[in-house]
Ligand binder design. Structure first.
Ligand code: GTP
Ligand code: MG
Length: 226
């Protein structure tokens, strides 16, 4: 299963009729130790929550299949990266070819929010979309079933922070109480699909351009005396 996941490229398949689409997207879940990354994924994929904390070692994987609409299936390959990896060398390997990310902090420990910008910098410096732009990233203020501490008690300041730091949005979530888990994931997939369409459109344009360039050079050759 692990090998299968690792070998799967990020791909988009269209049926011969041109209507049914299947997308496979690699998504990263990063942030400080114990903020609830694994719990978020377990809740989202397996509708399950446990109070027991077992730190992730290295990286873990999960697959979520979404029937996005009548013509679109989206498979999300979720990479659950251990908080203890903390911007280390391995994150460059883990981030490769990701098209979206969640950065998770714990609303009960403001120190975990203070590290968010470092995680974002690490992400943006190590992975980009094929056109060079940053991958969409959603900030998760997790454990919102508990008493909050710091900036997250002021939603307007959070809005401003998210805007200034290039996030695609933010959600208060609770893996424990199943609050905003699906909503946050839907928001990220939405962004990814929009980017994917833009990039596919760009690639088609480039192809058209290349074809017309080829036509032009063929014409030129035909006119050439040699
Ligand atoms: P690392 O793998 O070490 O990076 O940690 P992690 O980010 O994967 O955290 P994990 O999901 O293992 O959760 C850490 C602890 O927080 C566990 O005891 C969870 O039960 C608890 N926890 C996670 N999410 C929530 C939540 O939404 N509410 C509450 N109350 N507890 C949570
Ligand atoms: Mg974990």
């Amino acid at each position: 299963m692990l090998l299968q996941i690792l070998l799967l490229p990020v791909l988009t398949i269209m049926s011969p009729s041109g209507e049914k689409r299947e997308h496979l997207y690699k998504i990263l879940v990063i942030g400080e130790l114990g903020t609830g990354k694994t719990s978020f994924i377990k809740r989202y994929v397996h509708q399950f929550f446990s109070q027991n904390y077992r730190a992730t070692i290295g990286v873990d994987f999960a697959l979520k299949v979404l029937h996005w609409d009548a013509n679109t299936i989206v498979r999300l390959q979720l990479w659950d990266i251990a908080g203890q990896e903390r911007f280390g060398n391995m994150t460059r390997v883990y981030y490769k070819e990701a098209v979206g990310a969640f950065i998770v902090f714990d609303v009960t420990r403001s120190g975990t929010f203070d590290c968010v910008s470092k995680w974002k910098e690490d992400l943006d410096s190590k992975v980009q979309l094929p056109d060079g732009s940053p991958i969409p990233c959603i900030l998760l203020a997790n454990k919102c079933d508990q008493e909050k501490q710091g900036i997250v008690t002021q939603p307007e300041r959070m809005d401003e922070y998210v805007r200034e730091n290039g996030f695609a949005g933010w959600f208060e979530t609770s893996a424990k109480e199943n609050i905003n888990i699906d909503e946050a994931a839907r928001a990220l997939v939405n962004k990814i699909l929009i980017n994917d369409k833009l990039i596919t459109a760009d690639a088609n344009d480039a192809e058209k351009f290349n074809l017309s360039a080829a036509d032009a050079s063929a014409d030129a050759k035909n006119k050439c005396s040699c």
